[in-house]
Design a protein around this ligand. Sequence first.
Ligand code: COA
Length: 189
Amino acid sequence: MDQYPKTVELLKGSAVLRPLTHDDKEEVLAFSSTLSHHDLMFLRRDITKPETVEHWLNEIDREQALVIIAEIDGKMVGYGMLSLNDLDWTRHLAELRVLVHPDYRNTGLGRKMIREVFALAVDRGVEKVIARMTLDQTAARSLFHELGFRPEALHEGEVKDLDGNMHDVVRMAVDVKALLARRDIYGLN
Ligand SMILES: CC(C)(COP(=O)(O)OP(=O)(O)OC[C@H]1O[C@@H](n2cnc3c(N)ncnc32)[C@H](O)[C@@H]1OP(=O)(O)O)[C@@H](O)C(=O)NCCC(=O)NCCS
């Protein structure tokens, strides 16, 4: 993680990327309070709860997760996370999640974060990367699709919103080796 902090150019202005640290708990909670319930529905843990941040930090310390946060003017505006697996039979697999503050969407940050965390997965030798999202998280679907992810499973009625309506969750995946063979197309380093 020597490459951080790192400045990335956005459509307008720039953001600084850096790993999450134990000092960032309040910042994460302030960030998560800006998110709608719909934004949270693809998550495996509720990021608005302090214990989730504790859990992340434990996972980071155990080298089972990487969390990169994006800041603009010192304020957290997004994060990207890679969840690794320690079981022998799922070690090749990791899950990528990304979330951007509603006021900073369509700035190019989501695309940068997905590619940043994807590159970290490649560095760690992950062979297959997955991402989960509700079917109507269309911006996410299109950004992952653009990078080479394809839907591989549909989980019907997997999550419920505040009104009790069920939503389907799509799992997208990419084979890293196959993608890297086409790295020029995707502009990966
Ligand atoms: C997905 C997400 C991270 C994207 O962040 P972002 O900063 O807006 O991303 P970018 O600005 O880099 O790119 C957004 C792209 O989605 C497109 N987009 C935006 N809204 C869209 C929609 N409703 N349908 C289809 N595409 C859409 C934009 O046109 C843009 O593509 P373009 O640059 O080719 O025009 C952000 O929307 C988010 O946090 N969503 C909620 C959580 C989520 O869905 N996470 C993903 C699950 S892993």
